[in-house]
Design a protein around this ligand. Sequence first.
Ligand code: NIG
Ligand code: FE
Length: 421
Amino acid sequence: MRRVLLDAGPIVHFAGAGVLSGQDMCDVETHVSPAGCAIIVEDGKISSVIESAVADDEFQSTREETEVYSLQGSAVIPGLVDSHTHLLWAGDRSQEVRWKQAGISYADIAKRGGGIGHTVRSTRAASSEELAIDGISRMESALANGTTHLEAKSGYGLDTVTECRLIEIMDNLAHHHSLPSLDITWLGAHDVAPGMERSEYVEQILSEQLPAILEQDLARSADVFCEPGWFSCEESEDILKAARTGGLDLRIHIDEFKDGGGGELAAELKVQSADHAHYTSEESRQKMHNANVNTGFLPGTPYSQGEKNWPPFKKYLSESWNWSFASDFNPNCQTLSLPFLASVLVQRAGVDPLAALAAATCNPAQTTPHPSGDRHGVIEEGAIANLNILESETWENWCLRPGHSPFAATMLEGTMISHKK
Ligand code: NIG
Ligand code: FE
């Protein structure tokens, strides 16, 4: 099936981009084509981007086999790639908001029976059907906000049976055609399982849980919450190295609340993405850059924790260090809207809107591959036809409407999904 999108407004395409960094992330002339183009889509992939008048003539005679849309000058951007989500969990921790406001730290909330342990208990008690229903509605919410691909972690089971069950449910969700695609990560080392000693749980991960995950063969990557009070650098290293030996790619949570040295480990292991990195030292950031490790900022976490400071986004631009940003959707940070989080970056932390867009499209696409193996996060010949049509004629509007999805429609692997009811 051929689909022709005529009369596009400006198209942010990031053609040929690979990973962008520094001032290249802000280069409008290179990455944005002016209004007046058409996008031609064949069998779920972009076959060309040409002048709209030329496309109109060319496809006049084949109208019957072609679905034609007029975009009437609306801006177009690539499908968004959310490269860090905790997609599946049950329960509700809304009562923690007052504890946070009273100044109780994340670690102390966990000690009083809240935090990850609380969600683990609710998740273990939930049926697979309940978890799948919530997963679908979360993926629909992500899609309504322009996300066409999500990385999704397990991590609220913390025993072999439930971790495998979460991954199996995610694999089922990954096969729904009208939902964003998924890249599945095993996060068995998200916290110590309730009732266990830490050393005992690490041992269980290495001897039982990881082998079961490898046997199941559905997760592509492994992740660890490497943070003082959770898993140490040594424990994280043991788990990640064993996962790599088993054939998994590596990701890591580091320095969310303090600098625990996770940046050094991320660089040493050359993981794909080291995420949060809120308190990472400049020296470790430099080492991560030298080791070609992506920093995955998660602005929703400081936002929902009421943090006063933002990570050094501008330093990343001035130093040309690789970075992306993602939602970190979890019970403590419940947004799946990258446009909302981009508005935080742009309107609160001074990040250029094109740089923010590169950090939510072409950059995370490199650490979070599409299951087809084809390119995504870009609008160029041969890439998956994942793109967003804005309600506005200006591309900058993608991040200027917090609380409202800026998109009229999303094309998901060649199928047009209207967000207008
Ligand atoms: O990335 N910090 C570790 N994991 C999540 C939060 C999990 C939770 O609070 O349930 C995160 O922020
Ligand atoms: Fe996380």
